[in-house]
Design a protein around this ligand. Sequence first.
Ligand code: NAI
Length: 319
Amino acid sequence: MNELQEGNIVIVGSGLIGRSWAMVFASGGFRVKLYDIVQEQVSTALEDIRKQMEELKKSEMLRGALSMEDQMALISGCTDLKYALHGAQYIQECVPENLDLKRKIFSELDLYVDDSTIISSSTSCLSPTSMFTGLQHVKNCIVAHPVNPPYYVPLVELVPHPQTEMATVERTYNLMKKVGQSPVKLMKEMDGFVLNRLQYAVISEAWRLVQDGVISPRDVDLVMSEGLGMRYAFLGPLETAHLNAEGFKSYCERYGEGIKRVLATFGPVPDFEGEVAEKIDQALWEDVRDKADQLKAGREYRNTCLSHLAKLKKEMKKN
Ligand code: NAI
């Protein structure tokens, strides 16, 4: 991760996720072109990246072995797509979550790229089929779904289109590893991919527990942050089960019946509106007069915690 790498990375869309991706790739030594249709957005993005890097340097949380100045020098902004794509080995699309817009962008990229360029989307929930079908370079297309903010949370879900070549999956996987992310490969498309399917299962049960008057919204969050989440930062649910008995099969033998009994009491899919939404919303605001301040402080706290956790996880990594 300490040397200058061959080939350019192009980020299309310099918003929240585009900026973070730019920092991730620069930390791995890649030259990054940050493209956006709005010039002002590009300038703001570069300024914001510099500020973020300065903060990271100060707190000794900057990723990669290159200096902050060297990393910053690797990132340039532009509003000319054809120019941005010159020499691109990998494109990470980060425009707003709108299928028509994404399809328009991919058909444009399809015209300019050659057979060796990977076209990847950051989409949270659009399927590869809906975005890439019909493109000339469909075999080079893939979803690389990050977790916000990708600089602190390394997971990337790689989701292929049915016509994506295995080589595209492998090259994207290796690139992600090279820049310090943690990629996982989905073997096929699935609505919500995997992270959001797991997340939605948790959110819906949290909702039902609050709805049924079992627990308060603040306490249900504590169950996760002070309980399950402590383990899950290091071990997944399957390995947690494996270690809680004499292996996974032994866990199923011991607890399977109980799990099935409890699961049978889970209610229907919540409607995510009305009284319960109101109750949870109210509980989460500390002071309704300073909503913007609370969100800003909360996000800063989250990012600081995540960066410390990332450092700890690195130190704790199994050999
Ligand atoms: P954002 O709204 O912060 O940024 C979008 C950027 O795209 C803006 O800078 C905008 O000027 C630019 N843009 C719009 N049209 C464009 C065009 N035709 N060509 C080039 N640039 C264009 O959006 P955000 O949050 O960064 O999301 C980007 C993608 O990442 C979405 O698909 C989203 O689902 C996905 N994602 C977002 C996460 C999040 O928590 N925000 C997490 C994981 C994925």
